[in-house]
Each structure stands twice: as structure tokens, then as C-alpha cells.
Write a protein that binds this ligand. Structure first.
Ligand SMILES: CCCCCCCCCCCCCCCC(=O)SCCNC(=O)CCNC(=O)[C@H](O)C(C)(C)COP(=O)(O)OP(=O)(O)OC[C@H]1O[C@@H](n2cnc3c(N)ncnc32)[C@H](O)[C@@H]1OP(=O)(O)O
Ligand SMILES: NC(=O)C1=CN([C@@H]2O[C@H](COP(=O)(O)OP(=O)(O)OC[C@H]3O[C@@H](n4cnc5c(N)ncnc54)[C@H](OP(=O)(O)O)[C@@H]3O)[C@@H](O)[C@H]2O)C=CC1
Length: 504
């Protein structure tokens, strides 16, 4: 093992090596992860523990939430199906995970002095995934978490005695006001410190009122605060070795730990579910615009590989990695519609409201027409039926929520962006022969026709905390869209639960 560690540390790429240099690098290291309870964080923790079983410790910053203590949350998280494979490979993997009570919006991240001391003396690599990804987050909270939280974490990282790399997860849409996005930090939408002062003393309602003015061309508080945090990192990184990863729309896993895992309705996932349930019939989108989706495991591979490269090669300048697919393997929303619809026709979901039949349109009036005819009218009738049969009406509520999310997403479904990917290509070149041979860290999808990889990552949605199972197979439980909807013409599942072979 020592030989591989040495090789990795020296950045050698010899043919004799029999282990991925990325995996070898993390063996023996102490890692700190924020956002580990989230969609991407879980996949990061899993891959790290599975591919580098000798990793020394993985500290995760976790807050108590929804009446659950930090310990309860972590115990629940580790039961998640995404950890099945690592559980099999290394049954004691949980012993490596060291949860730390933290709240990123609080001064000093609300970490106790004792825990802070432990982190400062031990951590070698930081992965910062925590963020609010809600598009409608009030500006004050989005700033406190995405921008100030990042600043606070940087402050902590600067004091870490053994830190080798700090990896920040941003988004490819942080600079979505530009059409061509290079792997550089652009000027921020506003001076972060001035904004922090402003939100400190201004009343919440006044901040809400002036938010559209402050956002300017930015479509939401999420992308705005992610742009600010990139700039803050550039300004305040000091001597730290930092890299920024910018994924586009992150979808279900391609291969790892198994195809199709997802546990979030963010990005396109919720829309696909609504379409598959037959509830969503019309979507504002441009057929010719690129649907830039990337599987979560590919993003995590790139993140870990970038961590290795940053720590071992210590590039002079901070590197930004655009983690996108459109430039390499473009797939368009029009193709997506056909692909998603044909998949649902072949593999109908359980208890669908109607037969799936969603269409994209870029015409606002046509969309409004179909919203009235195909969304609202059936919802009103269905809710009437529910009332008459003594049950609680809920379809209109679902439809309204769907419309709200479609409104927030349409900015991204009607435009295309060009992201350069030179750093991603460079990183691929840096991976040693063993990395390429074993494909342990595939960081881009280039040799598969688009539909091939979509077959995995769009149509397989499995388990997770939200009990989603949509593997080109029936959907089991989807909170809120499904519960209570027992339409007489509900589509029958194409295969049984036993055949499905999932844990739920
Ligand atoms: C056929 C072809 C299609 C083509 C289709 C094109 C679409 C084109 C998309 C472009 C996509 C760009 C993506 C940008 C790239 C990033 O950077 S992605 C990361 C960015 N963040 C996001 O995507 C988040 C967007 N979502 C939001 O901001 C908020 O969820 C919304 C939309 C404002 C809704 O807020 P809300 O009404 O308060 O609802 P929310 O609290 O989110 O959810 C309440 C409950 O409903 C559940 N739920 C939410 N949505 C759903 C759903 N759809 N189904 C079932 N349950 C749901 C939640 O899980 C939650 O359940 P519990 O946790 O309570 O059990
Ligand atoms: N999903 C996507 O499509 C994309 C995501 N990204 C970026 O990737 C990163 C991860 O996203 P994703 O996993 O999807 O997001 P999730 O919403 O699934 O996870 C967010 C994580 O941040 C944690 N968190 C939120 N608020 C706080 C807080 N106040 N203190 C401590 N921790 C907090 C959450 O913890 P808790 O469980 O306690 O809520 C959770 O672990 C984000 O930085 C996001 O911007 C970029 C592009 C696309």
C-alpha cells in the first residue's frame, strides 16, 4: 500500500501501478465533507469509502433537523440503499464516519471548540457540498448559507494544519447570465461584503421586495449566491489549494454504486415523475436547446479526481472544472421528451393518474391552453370526485405546485449554454493508465451515444430517503404526488415487487 501512496503523492503515472492513483491518494487521509446528508454528498461518501477503504476518517458536518438529532440522522442515512455495496465490501465502513454537529449559517459554523480542534489538527481534504439548492430560497437565507457559509468554512480551512486541498461544489449555472462559460471566475453580480451588510440590518420584508432588483439578470437566488461564493473563494483563498467543480443538471447514477440511484426531485427528476404519473402534460421548453444532464457518479468521480490532482500537483492557479455533457455528447430537450415518454409507455408507473402524454412547447399561449385543458380541468374534476366520495381533494394543490416548479425551471429548459471543458480533459489525461484501464473514475461520458447513458440515469430512480423506485420499472412511493391517488384507471405495474429486486 505504501508504494501506491508514495506513487500517488509523487504524482507518478507508471505502468507498474496496479491501483488507481486517485483511490490510493485518499487511503490514509482524513477527509471533511459538508452536505454529506444530501443527494451528491451521499454518493461522495460512498465512493470514497468503497474505493479507498484505507481512508483514515471521513468527518461529516451535520445539523440536527426535523426533530432528529445529528446521531439519528446519520444512522438513518447509513441505512440508505446507496450504501448497500460498500456495506457488503466493508461491513464496518460506518466506523470511519465521524459526524460533527454543525450549522453553516451560524458564526464559526456552530462547531464546538473541541470538535474544531480535532478538525484543525487532522483534516487533509475538504469537500464543500452543502448548499440550499432551492430556486425560491429567500435571499437572506441563500446568502447566509451559500455565500457566508462558504466564507466561514474557508476561514476554518485556512487554519487547518494538514490541509492539502479544498474542493468546492458550485454549479454550471452560477454564471448563467453568460452564454459561453469558461473555466474561470467571473466578476460577481454584486460585492459580497456589501450584500452581507445589507441583509444584516435590513428588514426581511424589505429584502424580499428588493430581491428582483438585486438579482438583476440572475434568474434566482440560488445561481446568484453560487456566483457570489465562487468569487468569495477566489478572493479569500489565501494559500489554500482550491478547485471548483461546476456540474450542470445532476441526474441519477450511471453505474455507481449501481445504475439509477437518486433521492431528490431537483433538476429534472420531479418533472419526469410528474410526466410518468400522467399529471404533467405540457412543459415549456425549447426542443432544440441542450438538456445538459450529468449522472451523479460522474460528478463525484470528477470531484474526487480533482481533489487528488489539486493536492498532489498543486496547480499554481485555482482550477475550475465545468462538469457538463453538452459540449461532448449533446442531448436535446426534444429528444428527451421522446425518450422519457417512450420509456414510460414501455414501463408504466404504478397508480398513474392518467396515461403519460407530456409534450414540450416553446409557445407560451399553447402551454397556457394545455394547462387549462389538460392540467386544471382534470384536476378540478378529480377533486370534485374526491369530495363527493368523502375524501380530501389534493390534485389542484399538486398541479399548482407543479406549475410553480415549472415556472422556476423554464429559464433552464428554454436556453442553451456553451461550457468549455479544458480542465476536465486535462484531468482525464492526468489519470494514470490504471485509472483508465479500470475506469474507476470515469469523469466524462464520451463513448456512449446519448440515449445509451440516458437509459440508465434518467429512467432508473431507486430508493433513497424518498423511497423512490422508478427503474424503467414501476414507481413505488412518491411522497405528495402519489399518496391517496387511486385512480380507477391506474396503470398496472409492468413487473412485481419481487421481480424488481429492490429493497423496498
Ligand atoms: C417529459 C420531458 C420533460 C422535460 C423537462 C424539462 C424541465 C427542465 C428542467 C431544468 C432543470 C434545471 C436545473 C438547473 C441546475 C441545477 O443547478 S439543479 C439544482 C438546483 N435546484 C433545483 O432543481 C431545485 C428546484 N426546486 C425548488 O426550488 C423547489 O423544490 C420548488 C420548485 C420551488 C418547489 O418548492 P415547494 O413547493 O416548497 O416544494 P418542496 O418543499 O420542494 O417539496 C415538498 C414535497 O414535495 C416533494 N416534491 C417536490 N417536487 C415533487 C415532484 N415533482 N414529484 C413528487 N414529489 C415532489 C418533495 O420531495 C417534498 O416532499 P417531502 O420532503 O416533504 O416528503
Ligand atoms: N443537484 C443538482 O442538480 C446540482 C447540485 N449542485 C451543487 O451540488 C451541491 C450538492 O447538491 P445536492 O446534493 O443536490 O443538494 P441537497 O439539497 O441534496 O443537499 C444539500 C446538503 O447541504 C446541507 N445543508 C443545507 N443547509 C445546511 C446548513 N444550514 N448547515 C449544514 N448543512 C446544510 C444539507 O443538509 P440537511 O440534510 O441537513 O438539509 C444537505 O446535506 C450543492 O452545492 C449544489 O449547489 C450543482 C449543480 C447541480
Amino acid at each position: 500500500m505504501g508504494r501506491y501512496l508514495l506513487q500517488a503523492v509523487k504524482g507518478r503515472t507508471t505502468k507498474e501501478s496496479t491501483m488507481s492513483s486517485v483511490s490510493a491518494y485518499y487511503n490514509g487521509k482524513t477527509v471533511l465533507i459538508t452536505g454529506a446528508t444530501g443527494f451528491m454528498g451521499k454518493v461522495l461518501v460512498e465512493k470514497l469509502l468503497r474505493s479507498s477503504p484505507e481512508v483514515k476518517a471521513v468527518y461529516i458536518l451535520v445539523r440536527p433537523k426535523a426533530g432528529q438529532s445529528m446521531q439519528e440522522r446519520v444512522a438513518n442515512m447509513l441505512k440508505c440503499k446507496v450504501f448497500d455495496r460498500v456495506r457488503e465490501d466493508c461491513p464496518n465502513f460506518h466506523e470511519k464516519i465521524k459526524p460533527i454537529n454543525a450549522e453553516l449559517t451560524q458564526p464559526k459554523l456552530a462547531i464546538s471548540a473541541e470538535d474544531e480542534e480535532e478538525l484543525l489538527t487532522r483534516v487533509n481534504i475538504v469537500f464543500h457540498c452543502a448548499a440550499t439548492v432551492r430556486f425560491d430560497e429567500p435571499l437572506k437565507h441563500a446568502l447566509q448559507l451559500n455565500a457566508m457559509g462558504t466564507q466561514r468554512l474557508l476561514e476554518l480551512a485556512r487554519q487547518m494544519q494538514k490541509l492539502e486541498a479544498f474542493i468546492h461544489i458550485s454549479t454550471a449555472y452560477a454564471n448563467c447570465v453568460r452564454k459561453c462559460i469558461d473555466e474561470i471566475i467571473y466578476p460577481p453580480p454584486a460585492e459580497p461584503k456589501k450584500l452581507f451588510d445589507l441583509v444584516e440590518w435590513l428588514d426581511e420584508s424589505i429584502i424580499q421586495d428588493i430581491t428582483p432588483k438585486l438579482l438583476g439578470d440572475w434568474p434566482n437566488t440560488y445561481t446568484y449566491t453560487k456566483a457570489l461564493s465562487e468569487y468569495l473563494i477566489q478572493q479569500e483563498k489565501g494559500n489554500l489549494n482550491i478547485a471548483i467543480i461546476r456540474p450542470s443538471i445532476v441526474g441519477a447514477s450511471w453505474h455507481e454504486p449501481f445504475p439509477g440511484w437518486i433521492d431528490s426531485f431537483n433538476g429534472t427528476s420531479g418533472i419526469f415523475v410528474a410526466a410518468g404519473k400522467g399529471i404533467l402534460r405540457t412543459v415549456i421548453a425549447n426542443n432544440e436547446a441542450v438538456a445538459d444532464m450529468i449522472p451523479v457518479d460522474v460528478v463525484i468521480n470528477l470531484t474526487l479526481a480533482a481533489g487528488w490532482y489539486t493536492a498532489v500537483h498543486r496547480p499554481k492557479n485555482m482550477l475550475v472544472y465545468n462538469c457538463t455533457t453538452g459540449g461532448i455528447n449533446p442531448f436535446f430537450w426534444g429528444e428527451m421528451e421522446q425518450y422519457v415518454m417512450s420509456t414510460f409507455k414501455r414501463n408504466p408507473l404504478e397508480q398513474a393518474f392518467r396515461t403519460p402524454n407530456a409534450h414540450l412547447t416553446s409557445n407560451y399561449l399553447i402551454n397556457q391552453y394545455w394547462i387549462t385543458v389538460s392540467h386544471k380541468a382534470p384536476a378540478i374534476l378529480y377533486d370534485l370526485y374526491m369530495r363527493l366520495t368523502g375524501r380530501k381533494p389534493r390534485m389542484m394543490k399538486i398541479i399548482n405546485r407543479l406549475h410553480k416548479s415549472m415556472m422556476l425551471l423554464q429559464y433552464f429548459s428554454t436556453q442553451s449554454w456553451d461550457w468549455s471543458s479544458d480542465n476536465m480533459n486535462m484531468l482525464m489525461g492526468q489519470l494514470n493508465t490504471e485509472d483508465r484501464k479500470t475506469e474507476e473514475y470515469p469523469i466524462r461520458i464520451q463513448h456512449h451515444p446519448p440515449c445509451d447513458h440516458l437509459a440508465h440515469f434518467h429512467c432508473k430512480v431507486t430508493d433513497g430517503s424518498k423511497h423512490l423506485v422508478l427503474c424503467g420499472e414501476p414507481l413505488l412511493q412518491v411522497p405528495f404526488l402519489l399518496q391517496g391517488i387511486q385512480h380507477p384507471q391506474a396503470l398496472k405495474p409492468s413487473i412485481s415487487n419481487q421481480q424488481r429486486g429492490t429493497s423496498r
